[in-house]
Design a protein around this ligand. Sequence first.
Ligand code: NAD
Ligand code: USQ
Length: 397
Amino acid sequence: MKVIVFGGDGFCGWPTALHLSSLGHDVTIVDNLSRRRIDDELGLKSLTPIASMPDRLRAWQELQGRPIEFVEMDMARDISGLDRLLGETQPDAVVHFAEQRAAPYSMRGPEEKRYTVDNNISATHHLLVALVERSPDTHLVHLGTMGVYGYSGGGFSIPEGYLDVAVRDEEGELQQREILFPTSPGSVYHMTKSLDQLMFQFYARNDRLKITDLHQGIVWGTQTDLTMRDERLINRFDYDGDYGTVLNRFLVESAIGYPLTVHGSGGQTRAFINIGDTVRCVALAIENPPERGERVNILNQVAETLRVIDLAELVSKRTGAEIAHVPNPRAEADENELVVSNEGFRSLGLDPILLDSSLLQDTIDLSRRYRDRIDREKIPARSAWNAERQREIDGDM
Ligand code: NAD
Ligand code: USQ
């Protein structure tokens, strides 16, 4: 198949592009390298030394004997470039990773809120319109998030996107309806993913676009069997207070004896998936497109759900790290239950990687290997959700 990977320079996009290329697909990466620019803006660097895009692609060509094409393009702005690319390529599938994905960065201040909304909504909408105009048979696979559901859980398993409800009609009779699971985003970033969902519903119905939306949990790990093949293929690993996700942060913290930064009680339950399963799920989604005219295919891309405190205890047991309960910069429930159905991917054959696997040790070893690159100053999470939370983390309350 011909596949375009939008956001293919990023943490999930790069190993996915390699995986799809290794399966024999013709892959083109589109990326505006904004994530690398945000690193510069915030004075960050990935734990792992990531190579430039030309070096990455050269290494892949040398090792695999197969090219991956690269187009540097801002999907949120370059409408004619996007139209042209889709018109000329006529891809079988496009994978859309290209959004500003950090919840804390999206809450940093007014500029970052506006940037996140403008970038994410425009990128998604421009892609949808370009598909309608230039390549309506292409299957769009989008990386969404578990966070669109909120994390209230409790008492039932979160279904895959849709909810069956019964409403009383004027005669008092119960009528069955299927609706989108009500969204309850917990950050400006998560709000953009909720808005993406509505755009997908519209274009799938109005223009019969083929759309799969993957509601992914928090990704942990960094390397896949392919990114390990050469130092130049190494994947990004974020550990700072804005872009680092919880388990990867705990692993880096443990590598330098920094107490594990549990926000509040740590009773927050979240969904997790290993990066190796991310790439396998995207390939499975590409191989199983909906028909034109079908509703948006929503799949929960998660392996398991865990509480933050249980993750900290697991890492502490493995590494001897101390646990610190720090003030939570986020406005979120201190405790929640979360049970999630992942029946869709299981029925497509996914046997997900669970946390106590040897891959956890690999990530611990990787964190230790690059510990000299860790900047302790970048570890505290300083982006507060509102003024009250800001005062708490500044120690004024
Ligand atoms: P990332 O920031 O590492 O990668 C995103 C890539 O998209 C970057 O390379 C960036 O330069 C590019 N990009 C952003 N805006 C663009 C634009 N306007 N035009 C072109 N390129 C643009 O993020 P990631 O962790 O790889 O996440 C990828 C996707 O998966 C995101 O949409 C995210 O919401 C979703 N997701 C990620 C996680 C996770 O834990 N990392 C979990 C669930 C869902
Ligand atoms: N947390 C800590 N300590 C830390 C960092 C985080 O206790 O040092 C807590 C947070 O308060 C939160 C939970 O861990 O309760 C998860 O935070 P996170 O930063 O790991 O994940 P999140 O902000 O939800 O975002 C990440 C990705 C995002 C993706 C989302 C999937 O950055 O792109 O959409 O995971 S999900 O959480 O399922 O919505």
